[in-house]
Design a protein around this ligand. Sequence first.
Ligand code: BEZ
Ligand code: FE
Length: 293
Amino acid sequence: MTKQPLPASNPAALLEAVLQTNETTRNPRLKEVMAAAIRHLHAFAIEVDLTPDELQVGLDFLVAIGKATGPKKHEGILLADILGLATLVQLRNARDAVAAGGTEPALVGPFWRENQPLRENGAHIASDATPGPRFEVRGRVLSLDGKPLAGARIETWQASPEGLYENQDEAQEHMNLRGRLETDAQGRFWFTSVRPAGYPVPTDGPCGELLAAQGRKVMRPAHLHFIVAAEGYKVLATQIFDIEDPNAFEDVVFGAVGSLLRKFEPDGDGGYVLDIELRLEPGETRLPHCPLP
Ligand code: BEZ
Ligand code: FE
């Protein structure tokens, strides 16, 4: 075939030419994903009539996202979160499991840490110096048909009553309010903590600038994170939210969905109790990417 120059001012021919170069991609999934990305990016540029200056602003923004990412914060994850992309991907991936009675998922977020300390059931995951009302968390891990899953790994982490994760707060002990537990023979796990507070997502980077430019609120409602891994079952990443939090229905990252909003019940003695069931669907057990060392 003789090669011909691209016709000028012909976006359709340009798109075709770019898609053609993708045809030699060996990995079939990468080929499919790149073809869709190319099509959508071209359509986006046409829809908004993107100028060269605006394209440069967008590219500089991506560079700034990379520069703001480091051992303490993953700004790229934050971007996917504030655009609702992380929640969309989570919900779509779990749609069959949720339709069959599985627990709704929620995004992992940027604050899960590798090597969270192994805790016995019943342990207090807050240091003595952590202020705030006592919070008893009792969970059960079950299959979709209600079989208790023994020996499941639970990863949990939460912000302090001041709304800060331990790694954002000099005043907290290393790995405070974090833990890794294992379910007992009845699939149960339990621990004591302090009631978490809502908090703003980090706004000291390009995502903060974007949120400000959009005039958006930056708060997440109070929540606890869980990752549950049981052999032979898909890993569940989820969060349980305080339905009484003023931002319960305005989560800046759109994670507070449906059944994940729960009342933290008073225990009659100044503390609170949360009872949860976490139901997993059968499948490959693969932990999500851990954003922080
Ligand atoms: C979190 O829940 O830890 C989180 C999620 C998204 C952005 C910031 C924090
Ligand atoms: Fe969180």
